[in-house]
Design a protein around this ligand. Structure first.
Ligand code: THU
Length: 133
């Protein structure tokens, strides 16, 4: 049975609560679903050397790939000021779009808030001219 989007949203919101973002105070959570139904979550992890910080989406993606996963169907992303539940959409940054495209050009990107899933896009629409070798 397919995993409900609401379950994936809840996983993303939970992951976001583990965000390490003392510098930006902007907490992001992601939940990436494999085509076999596994979920890998990620949250942003910042560093005093700001440029070393890593986005939630790529943490989720790299965790999954490190576990042997290569095939993904959707990702839920939530984000916003760390002191409140997410109220506005948090579309993935350009770097994360390119990183996700490598493994999942047909990925569906779901943007959530505390209210629920608000928007959904094919990754191809968010990254119209991806870099390809
Ligand atoms: N961030 C993400 O986790 N994902 C994105 O797609 C954009 C930005 C994080 C990075 C940084 O820790 C904080 O949000 C503010 O830029």
């Amino acid at each position: 049975m397919a995993l409900p989007d609401a379950t994936l949203l809840e996983e993303a919101l939970q992951a976001r609560r583990r965000s390490y973002c003392p510098y930006s105070r902007f907490a992001v959570g992601a939940a990436l679903l494999t085509t076999s139904g596994q979920v890998y979550t990620g949250t942003n992890v910042e560093n005093a050397s700001y440029g070393l910080s890593m986005c939630a989406e790529r943490v989720a993606l790299f965790r999954a790939v490190a576990e042997g996963e290569r095939s993904f169907s959707k990702i839920v992303v939530v984000g916003g000021p760390a002191d409140q539940e997410p109220q506005a959409l948090c579309p993935p940054c350009g770097a994360c779009r390119q990183a996700l495209f490598e493994f999942a050009p047909d990925l569906e990107v779901l943007l959530g808030t505390a209210r629920g899933i608000e928007r959904r896009f094919p990754l191809r629409d968010l990254l119209p001219e991806p870099f390809e070798l």
